[in-house]
Design a protein around this ligand. Structure first.
Ligand code: 3HC
Ligand code: NAI
Length: 696
């Protein structure tokens, strides 16, 4: 077996190489190996300096997340790093790939840092509900000050080697071979230089304090409900109030407190769920087809967003619209995204021109003859989509992949007009498609494995988070949304105001409430769907007409200045509307419903039970492959708080038996809506959790 850490020498320089693929995570074996190697090199009189580097694709990308949740074994990382820092000979960390979390903390504990230009460094612990726990909160601010340290820790996004160099976090960029450059650098160095003793970042005490105050405000507002941001602020405060050793111990206590929290468990679950969602049977059986040119049909909201996403990732795109005016609008929709960035100073005209050089517009389907994949994003009408598919079938090359961005329509019904059904799948992007990370990859029975694999490959190119969904109405997300949307409508008719419901949802951790989200998306979308479903609805099912009454008044949400909320003078945040409350009251009166009070707790218990119960049906029918795919869908497409892991993870911690009891209790009043899913019943009977299903 390969040793996870090896020690060798090059002349008088000791080289410690960490080799724990794929990302050199700092497992117990790596920590022990690193400690042993450092002690040995330090004690070796023939060694004048030490270089630490990572084998393979990266310097360590952090602690081994798989070890979290198990008893922490010696040696602990902070102690290993303290030992590195106390070395009597200069220690150089040589960085490539992503030096993250504990990996970057090793670099900060080393005396000098050299990096290849493509390296990135960062402290992403916040995305796992954690804080840097191996000295990062104490060493980083001492080097670069509180403002930058907080920025790195709060955003959790890695920074480039160039930015790190400019901030003094890296000493030198290595041109050419990193190992060679590190050896040359180490040979030049005479004495250790310890970050714990650095004072440059602490010199301007007033600026330090001001950064802490700002960060505290951000933690309480934008990062509301999360534990780690406030803990980070407290740790940084310790930098100016306590000696290094005490601050380090305080940081460790805070780290363990975060690690034990439900928030961290939720976020770690979300981390692994996201990676698991990209692994699907089809992609393991087949290689993706080449993806060098994309076609997009439709330049409206979604077509333009998808085009921007593809252009940004370097793909050339041909956009097809139905006539010249629509094409001009489609192009303008794309350009508008870049113009906004230019207005904010985040893009130059030259960068926009470079990107737009990859854009081609046309009204001729024949111009898609070279496309490797075409995504249709025209109106949500079967006849329109079929007509488009018929035309595409005639002009596309035989192995081109054809995708529809439909929200609800059966992919088979669309593709049945073609002679290439096995090349067709659904790619359900979320709006705005250039921003939202989720991509539901809808797999009809007839889709070939390599077509599905190509869908997942596209997700990777675009930086999207893919989830495999079966071809069933609303796929995973919209189908479940429909159910808890109905549940919210029932509560509204029974006595809760839309504002109380939204407040409960926001309090739970969503960025916005359901009704504010409806207003943002446009109430006419749901209304069109409801009108189309008229006559097909089960008459015994409860139907709430409040939203229809609102739409009949032409109140479609933000774009019309009012919906569930009022948006005076183009306001983005809505105000409660007394007329809506009166309208709701009138609807209740028609059905002789006496309004009752709902607590925020009851609102959320019902809302989440409706969500999870329908999710069970989605799983039972095989529309989603595993519970964690549903978690990924809701965290990345519907604003479910990531620190709760997703609805299925939440249900596990709430207790499935308790949720089933709730559903049965609600069912006493509305047995048609509240039918417990047989899957939920089965899990409770067998004492299993959704996590057990994830493990397979
Ligand atoms: N521990 C254990 N496994 C890890 C890991 C880690 N820190 N980071 C990545 N992996 C695993 C992934 O689960 C995945 O496994 P799989 O192939 O079985 O699914 C594999 O490594 C490759 O990861 P990705 O698919 O994510 O590969 P990418 O190339 O897309 O991304 C990365 C690489 C940028 C390093 C990304 O994996 C990442 O962001 N990792 C997490 C980094 C992190 O959060 N570090 C901080 C950890 S907490 C910490 O260090 C605490 C300390 O302060 C004490
Ligand atoms: P939109 O109305 O903004 O754009 C549709 C575009 O298609 C228009 O520009 C229209 O000119 C063009 N078009 C119509 N017929 C055409 C034809 N025959 N050939 C070429 N172009 C044609 O609609 P939007 O919102 O972009 O929706 C498009 C699709 O994406 C729909 O299927 C919708 O359900 C789906 N979708 C929409 C989401 C949203 O939030 N808007 C989210 C996810 C999916």
């Amino acid at each position: 077996m390969t040793q996870p850490v090896t020690l060798s020498t090059a002349g008088s320089i000791a080289v410690i190489e960490i080799n724990n693929p794929p990302v050199n995570a700092l497992s117990q074996a790596v920590r022990q190996g690193l400690l042993d190697a450092v002690v040995q090199a330090d004690a070796d009189a023939a060694v004048t300096a030490i270089v630490i580097l990572g084998a393979g694709r990266s310097f360590p990308a952090g602690a081994d997340i798989k070890e979290f949740g198990q008893p922490m074994q010696d040696p602990h990382l902070p102690d290993v790093i303290d030992r590195i820092e106390s070395c009597s000979k200069p220690v150089v960390a040589a960085l490539h790939g992503t030096a993250l979390g504990g990996g970057f903390e090793i670099a900060l504990g080393s005396h000098y840092r050299i990096a290849v230009p493509s390296a990135r460094v960062g402290l992403p612990e916040i995305h796992l509900g954690l804080i840097p726990g191996a000295g990062g909160t104490q060493r980083l601010p001492r080097l670069c000050g509180a403002a930058m340290a907080l920025d790195i820790m709060f955003k959790g996004t890695p920074i480039s080697a160039q930015d790190a160099l400019a901030a003094g976090l890296i000493d030198r960029l290595a041109e050419g071979d990193l190992r060679q450059a590190a050896l040359i650098y180490a040979a030049e160095l005479q004495t250790p230089r310890r970050s714990r003793e650095a004072t440059s970042g602490l010199a301007d005490k007033a600026a330090f304090e001001a950064a802490l105050t700002d960060a505290e405000e951000t933690a309480r507002s934008r990062m509301r409900g999360q534990m780690a941001p406030l803990k980070i602020v407290q740790c940084l405060r310790a930098c100016i109030t306590q000696p290094f050793a005490d601050g380090r111990l305080f940081e460790r206590d805070c780290f363990f407190e975060c690690l034990a929290s439900e928030q961290s468990k939720g976020m770690i679950h979300a981390f692994f769920a996201q990676r698991a969602s990209a692994k699907v049977p089809e992609a393991s059986r087949a290689e993706p087809r080449p993806l060098n040119r994309l076609g997009v049909v439709g330049g409206g909201t979604m077509g333009a967003g998808i085009t921007v996403a593809a252009l940004n990732s370097g793909l050339p795109v041909t956009m097809i619209e139905r006539d010249h005016d629509s094409l001009a609008r489609g192009r303008a929709n794309v350009e508008q995204v870049y113009d906004r960035l230019i207005a904010k100073g985040r893009m130059s005209e030259a960068q926009k021109s470079d990107i737009m050089a990859r854009y081609q517009g046309s009204t001729q389907f024949a111009d898609l003859s070279e496309a490797d994949m075409v995504i249709e994003a025209v109106f949500e009408r079967l006849d329109v989509k079929r007509a488009v598919f018929e035309q595409l079938d005639k002009v596309l090359k035989p192995d081109a992949v054809l995708a529809s961005n439909t929200s609800y329509i059966d992919i088979d019904e669309i593709s049945s007009v073609t002679n290439r059904r096995k090349h067709v799948l659904g790619l359900h992007f979320f709006s705005p498609a250039n921003i939202m990370k989720l991509l539901e990859i809808v797999v009809p029975q007839s889709a070939a494995d390599d077509v599905v694999a190509t869908g997942f490959a596209l997700a990777k190119i675009l930086g999207k988070i893919p989830v495999r969904a079966g071809n069933s109405p609303g796929f995973i997300g919209n189908r479940i949304l429909g159910k808890y949307g109905d549940c919210a409508a029932h509560m509204m008719e029974d006595g809760a105001t839309p504002y109380e419901i939204d407040a409960a949802i926001v309090e739970f951790g969503y960025p916005m409430g359901l009704h504010a989200m409806y207003d943002l998306a446009g109430l006419d979308i749901g209304w069109d769907n409801r009108k189309a479903a008229q006559g097909k609805r089960n008459p015994v099912e409860r139907y709430v007409e409040i939203a229809d009454r609102i739409c009949e008044r032409g109140w479609f949400g933000q774009k019309t200045g009012r919906g569930f909320y009022l948006y005076p003078d183009g306001a983005r945040i809505g105000a409660p509307d007394p007329e809506i409350l009166a309208l709701i009251e009138a609807e209740r009166a028609k059905k002789s419903i006496t309004a009752r009070r709902f607590t925020a707790e009851e609102i959320m218990a019902r809302y989440l039970a409706a969500m999870v119960n329908e999710a069970c049906e989605v799983l039972r029918e095989g529309v989603a492959l595993k519970p964690s795919d549903i978690d990924v869908t809701f965290v990345h497409g519907y604003g479910f708080p990531r620190y709760r892991g997703g609805p299925m993870k939440f249900a596990d911690s709430y207790g499935l038996a308790r949720m089933l009891d709730d559903i049965r209790r609600y069912g006493q009043h509305d047995p048609i809506f509240w039918q417990a899913s047989p899957l939920l019943v089965e899990l409770v009977a067998s004492g299993q959790t959704f996590n057990d299903l994830n493990k397979g």
